[in-house]
Design a protein around this ligand. Structure first.
Ligand SMILES: [Fe+2]
Length: 185
């Protein structure tokens, strides 16, 4: 990926993640990164959809260590991705399309819907470590940069059945299985 702007962004995140206010600093860096979303979109190649892609789209990992994970997330149109948690804070910046966020809260061993938001190009969202959310890209591809304050791939976190809200261990296979084609719910 010939995206020096993303290399610089990762370097900035790495520099501030161990500081006193990493969410504030990474949110600020993300706001700068996506401030001109069409300019950023032109600098990030669209992925070739193939073996590494799924019904949900394609995630390109830019960096991961024990303190930080950075992805470019390409969400396929009109696929309702399943609710899940991260157990670490996240900062999301959209540069193309709309990332529809559905929020949930845990209640009595299950989930309850608790609102949502449409995050559009140039907009940034921070999620706390207790957040449970689900994303979809309604009407067209959504492309966004996702930052997590930890090693996302090594966390034992949860995924929820989209119909029953049963809590299951997160795996990429189960995430794919819980995706539902169709518009907004
Ligand atoms: Fe997520």
């Amino acid at each position: 990926m010939s995206t020096n702007v993303l290399d610089e962004f990762v370097a900035t995140c790495r520099a501030v993640v161990m500081g006193e206010q990493p969410i504030v600093e990474i949110t600020r860096a993300m706001e700068q990164l996506v401030a001109e979303p069409s300019v950023l979109a032109a600098q990030i190649p669209e992925p070739v959809m193939g073996l590494s892609s799924s019904v949900a789209g394609s995630d390109e990992i830019l960096f991961e260590d024990e303190s930080l994970t950075v992805f470019v997330v390409h969400s396929a149109p009109d696929v309702q991705q399943p609710p899940h948690d991260h157990l670490i804070s996240a900062v999301i910046g959209v540069y193309e399309g709309i990332e529809e966020q559905r929020y949930f809260r845990r209640e009595g061993g299950s989930l309850v819907r608790s609102g949502g938001a449409d995050i559009g190009p140039g907009e940034v969202l921070a999620l706390g470590p207790r957040a449970v959310h689900a994303i979809s890209a309604n009407g067209g591809w959504c492309r966004a940069v996702h930052v997590y304050l930890g090693a996302l791939s090594s966390i034992d976190r949860s995924l929820f059945d989209p119909e029953t809200f049963d809590e299951k261990p997160m795996t990429s296979e189960r995430y794919e299985k819980f995706c539902r084609r169709g518009g907004s719910s």
